[in-house]
Design a protein around this ligand. Structure first.
Ligand SMILES: Nc1ncnc2c1ncn2[C@@H]1O[C@H](COP(=O)(O)OP(=O)(O)OP(=O)(O)O)[C@@H](O)[C@H]1O
Length: 251
């Protein structure tokens, strides 16, 4: 059995008496696209924050590539290849798509570019940035100010900025939120390509996308994982169906 790339052991987060994630244990295998679904308020976003290191857990641990990263900050986790895709709010609208990604490349590289001259510096940032844009099918829009991109293109730009940190595993929190039908198809196709070479943990409410992309699905209800299985088995699981009663998505 292959070692998991990411392992969550008994993670818990509570706000006073409100327990938001409760004893969450999960193993994410290298190369899989693992979706985490659950009704509104189940604790999915909180869990992503705990994994990425933006939120400290009350107890439990996070292991990445076999290393215990529970006490590490988000930037330290990013340097190890555990990255979270950035939200649209972190895109700088006045800068081009390319410049937005180049800044993320620069952040990854730290001061290692200081020794280069200006032209070489730009090339060293722009070439990998362009490569990231190509991977999300946005190379043709590289020089457009990010503020003028459509909503779906901005979501693709978020993915490119996430890729600029050279992740081994990418955490995605609702990458299809707010996209129309055609745009969401484009983002789904992008994710399908990315999953060929990256491990992905995906939170998404769009069940068509989840069931067409995921290798495995975990279901979170009131902060607890009630099932982890293949999409087909999850769809048939009576406990999962009961948790979604009254919600249209699972039908
Ligand atoms: N900082 C906080 N303080 C208090 N309660 C919080 C805080 N953050 C989240 N919660 C509560 O934790 C619960 C889970 O929130 P979370 O956003 O993780 O759920 P979710 O599954 O991502 O929901 P959705 O699908 O609607 O995005 C909610 O009841 C929310 O109100």
């Amino acid at each position: 059995m292959t070692e998991p790339l990411l392992e969550l052991r008994n993670l818990r987060k509570a706000y006073g008496a409100l327990v938001v994630t409760d004893d969450v244990s999960l193993s994410i295998r290298p190369g899989e696209l693992h979706a985490i679904i659950g009704p509104n308020g189940a604790g999915k976003t909180t869990l992503i924050h705990q994994i990425s290191g933006t939120l400290a857990s009350n107890s439990g641990s996070v292991l990445f590539g076999g290393e215990d990263v529970t006490q590490l900050s988000m930037p330290q986790r990013v340097r190890r290849g555990l990255a979270r895709s950035f939200q649209i709010t972190s895109i700088l609208p006045g800068f081009s798509a390319l410049e937005n990604v180049a800044m993320a490349v620069q952040a990854r590289s730290g001061s290692s570019f200081r020794l280069f001259g200006q032209a070489a510096h730009e090339k060293a940032l722009n070439e990998p940035a362009m490569e990231c844009l190509a991977q999300v099918n946005l190379a043709g829009r590289a020089h457009v100010p990010a503020g003028l991109l459509s909503h779906g293109e901005k979501r693709q730009l978020e993915l490119a900025i996430g890729l600029a940190t050279a992740p081994k595993l990418l955490l995605l929190d609702e990458p299809l939120a707010g996209t129309g039908h055609e745009e969401s198809q484009r983002v789904v196709e992008t994710l399908r390509r990315l999953k060929e070479r990256l491990t992905i943990v995906l939170i998404e409410h769009d069940m068509d996308a989840v069931f067409s992309l995921a290798d495995r699905v975990s279901v979170l209800v009131y902060g607890r994982v009630i099932a982890t299985d293949t999409p087909e088995r999850i769809r048939e699981n009576p406990e999962v169906r009961a948790a979604y009663l009254g919600e249209e998505e699972m039908v």
